[in-house]
Design a protein around this ligand. Sequence first.
Ligand SMILES: NC(=O)C[C@H](N)C(=O)O
Length: 334
Amino acid sequence: QEAPAKPNVIILATGGTIAGAGASAANSATYTAAKVGIDQLIAGVPELSQLANVRGEQVMQIASESITNDNLLQLGRRVAELADSKDVDGIVITHGTDTLEETAYFLDLVEKTDKPIVVVGSMRPGTAMSADGMLNLYNAVAVAGSKEARGKGVLVTMNDEIQSGRDVSKMMNIKTEAFKSPWGPLGMVVEGKSYWFRLPAKRHTMDSEFDIKNIKSLPNVGIAYSYGNVDDTAYKALAQSGAKAIIHVGTGNGSVSSRVVPTLQALRKDGVQIIRSSHVNAGGFVLRNAEQPDDKNDWVVAHDLNPQKARILAMVALTKTQDSKELQRIFWEY
Ligand SMILES: NC(=O)C[C@H](N)C(=O)O
């Protein structure tokens, strides 16, 4: 009897700590990210070949705090090309963890495919004791090569969990248990086998109205953070630098200080979209017309999206509409 054909999985490497190297095995937090090439990473996990026919491609080599909108578009276009190929069954993207949640959500919104796309990183460089990258990568390839992962949106495999790229966020920066979703993981990977427990409820990939093939550039969207004694300096500076939308990182329910309200009302009148999100760490939940009269001010709420994810959705949405009501519909649906 012939063994079943192995899936073809492409690993697109972008850098990050999973490709990092430190001076000694004791350096789990002090190291340089984005040092090791994809061929060396693959060679370091020979067990990958038991899961899939694996091929690597170095798309960029950066620490993810330095990723730009152009990098996102470049990666998104390459993912779309590969997803269209009949020789590709699944795609893994190795990525720094700092902005991994942004890239995963971006791809979830703009890739028109039901093939598995799995974004993965690590909290420790490969040179450290108890490095987590090898197992995270093994799990990512296992999920990307599995039929059950199809149609579930862009996924993230960190710390044995399968998370929705839409929901997941880096909540802790020193533990390997760094990535959490306010709504829980979708499943687990154990010894190369995935176990699923729930499905994403929001629109993504095949069901999304956005397509990377129609996006030529991304607009300037800025983020301004609120705190006690805040004033409007950051908001005005962002508008002056040409921001088409400002993500307001409010306290609690995306609240806005009385010292900032008049500026945000004036900026909206000048055409800048104002999107209220929350800086509550473990999951903000901003409701319309609660704390602030959004209908009257013509503002938008980000609902459960954290500020950095709200920036991604706003950029993608603004490539299609400038209408605040449409923008709000999009923020409810994605
Ligand atoms: N753990 C990591 O990957 C952090 C690194 N600064 C990065 O995002 O590239």
